[in-house]
Design a protein around this ligand. Structure first.
Ligand SMILES: [Mn+2]
Length: 262
């Protein structure tokens, strides 16, 4: 089996019991390992991650060990960075043996052509013109912050911030964004507004793929386009505990941890 999951936001200060949450995510990963050949982690596994040269994120030890256990078993674990955990400079890969992806990828998985991405910054080329002014401003602000977060020089400069201060700031920033989303969830916008769906439709005009698989939105979606391609949004491993699995025939389905007995 091949598994896809995303958005665990491990370590989030918005959680009541983050140790229990981390354990739950790791237990699920270990249970998937029983029949997994490949696992795709599609971003934001950690709520905040910054690798200082001489001090690594400590409270994620259980997850790091779990990932190492999986890769030691010969499972190919693909780790896509999201918008909360992109500040990694090689240590995460070395420590856990995951295959790191910083950008969206088109890959042949289970005999199917799949486009995989976290989902932040992914949209159709005319996204801005589709939205009213106040939303356009919000998107522009997000894209500006995104370019700041992705800037290699600024990423390195951040290392000059003392870790205690950096962590405090990072976790607080992440907590606020989580709380905002929980208080005001943006549900599925419909296939004419949802940026990830619009992106897939546009991409289908150039190249046909079987699956477009995303995280980031914290909603579940399994939508078949007119071309036959399917757009999958994974939900999350934060509150919903949803993930996707693909069998040996390349058939993909969304699963819920609550329906399993783990
Ligand atoms: Mn995200």
């Amino acid at each position: 089996m091949i598994y896809f999951l995303s958005d665990a936001h491990i370590g989030s200060r918005a959680l009541n019991d983050r140790a229990a949450h981390q354990k739950q995510v790791c237990n699920l990963l270990l249970s998937l390992a029983a029949d997994a050949t490949e696992i795709y982690l599609l971003g934001d596994m950690f709520d905040y991650w910054y690798e200082y040269v001489w001090r690594k994120p400590q409270e994620y030890n259980l997850t790091l060990q779990t990932l190492r256990t999986l890769t030691d078993q010969g499972i190919a674990v693909h780790y896509f960075t999201g918008n909360h955990d992109l500040w990694t400079f090689g240590w995460l890969e070395r420590q856990t043996g995951v295959i790191l992806h910083r950008h969206s990828q088109i890959m042949q998985i289970g005999g199917k052509q799949c486009l995989l991405a976290h989902g932040d910054g992914v949209g159709p080329s005319d996204l801005l013109s589709r939205y009213p002014k106040h939303l356009r401003r919000k998107i522009r602000r997000f894209m500006f912050l995104r370019s700041v977060f992705h800037n290699p020089l600024l990423q390195r400069l951040y290392a000059l911030v003392p870790p205690s201060l950096g962590d405090k700031f990072g976790y607080e920033w992440a907590r606020r964004s989580r709380m905002k989303e929980l208080a005001n969830p943006v549900g599925y916008l419909g296939e004419n507004k949802e940026a990830l769906v619009l992106f897939a439709k546009e991409h289908e005009q150039k190249e046909h793929l079987d699956y477009y698989i995303f995280g980031h939105r914290h909603i579940e979606l399994d939508l078949q386009l007119a071309t036959g391609a399917r757009v999958i949004i994974l939900g999350d491993m934060f509150r919903q505990f949803t993930y996707a699995c693909m069998n040996e025939r390349g058939e993909l389905s969304l699963q819920n941890i609550a329906e399993q007995t783990i």
